[in-house]
Design a protein around this ligand. Structure first.
Ligand code: F6R
Length: 262
């Protein structure tokens, strides 16, 4: 284990479940850890079902993952990839869309086959059917093996906004004002954002392994709430405390408000 990281085991009040918190010196070490975990998981199970968020959080992890898979000649031809969410109404050619993100950063560099990639079509006029389609993809592939998620400034995971049930599956969400405002960072021009389509927290709870990654000072407050706050649907990321194979991985800045020792 790299000396720059601290391994802390965090017990919830019930003392039944254990969430692991791992802290790294910086974003690079943090991203490299996540990329190595995913690459090793694909090595162990070539037909792994991987689900990932887009946005700032996974960018370097994806870059390093592409490098590892290619350089180490890991067979990913049977792997299945699921995009966590999408902004409703955005075409996949919009550079701020999750579709565009995954196509350019992951699918094209790895030359993934279309049959391996599952992204929401947020342009459809039947969003409910789109949700059912993704629920079926997850069921047909035996559930999600590994999920790498980020955390929003309101504690959201994917577009599971505050107030979302912990047992919900794929659904369409009305976006929080904070999500609409913070989300502007992905777009070149001001973009009207109303709804998101997302894999739900029920799928997250069913996933075999969930890694929530966060970096930077701006995430310190939400990481404190995730790890040390009450488990509540009003703060969706607190669900990580209930997952029996959940990891919260952070850099030193994102960990800076945590009380010590745990
Ligand atoms: C995006 C997603 C969101 C982000 C979260 C953090 O696909 O699922 O929940 O993970 O908003 O965004 P970043 O990583 O840009 O800080």
């Amino acid at each position: 284990m790299n000396s720059s990281k601290i391994f802390i085991t965090f017990r919830t009040k019930s003392f039944i479940r254990i969430m692991k918190l791992i802290s790294f010196k910086n974003y690079h070490l943090l991203s490299d850890f996540a990329a190595t975990e995913i690459a090793n998981a694909i090595k162990d199970d070539p037909s792994l079902v991987l689900c990932m968020a887009s946005g700032h959080t996974p960018v370097l992890t994806i870059e390093l993952l592409v490098k590892k898979l290619t350089e180490e000649k890991i067979d990913y031809s049977q792997m299945k990839f699921l995009g966590l969410d999408e902004w409703v109404g955005l075409p996949p050619v919009n550079e701020g869309s999750c579709n565009y993100f995954f196509k350019t950063k992951l699918f094209e560099p790895l030359q993934l086959n279309a049959s391996q990639c599952f992204l929401f079509n947020a342009m459809t006029n039947d969003l409910e059917a789109e949700c059912k389609k993704m629920d079926a993809v997850i069921a047909d592939n035996g559930g999600i093996d590994v999920m790498l998620v980020g955390i929003g400034m309101n504690g959201h995971i994917g577009f599971n906004e505050p107030g979302t049930s912990f047992s919900i599956h794929c659904h369409v969400a009305e976006l929080d004002n904070s999500t609409k405002t913070v989300g502007q960072k992905y777009f070149k021009e001001e973009t009207v954002l109303h709804q998101g389509i997302t894999i739900g927290l029920g799928h997250l709870m069913d996933a075999k392994k969930v890694v929530l990654k966060a970096d930077g000072k701006r995430k310190a407050e939400v990481i404190k709430k995730t790890v040390e706050g009450m488990v509540s649907k009003n703060f969706p990321a607190s669900i990580m405390q209930n997952h029996n194979n959940g990891f919260v991985i952070v850099d030193e800045e994102a960990a800076s408000l945590l009380s010590k020792p745990h």
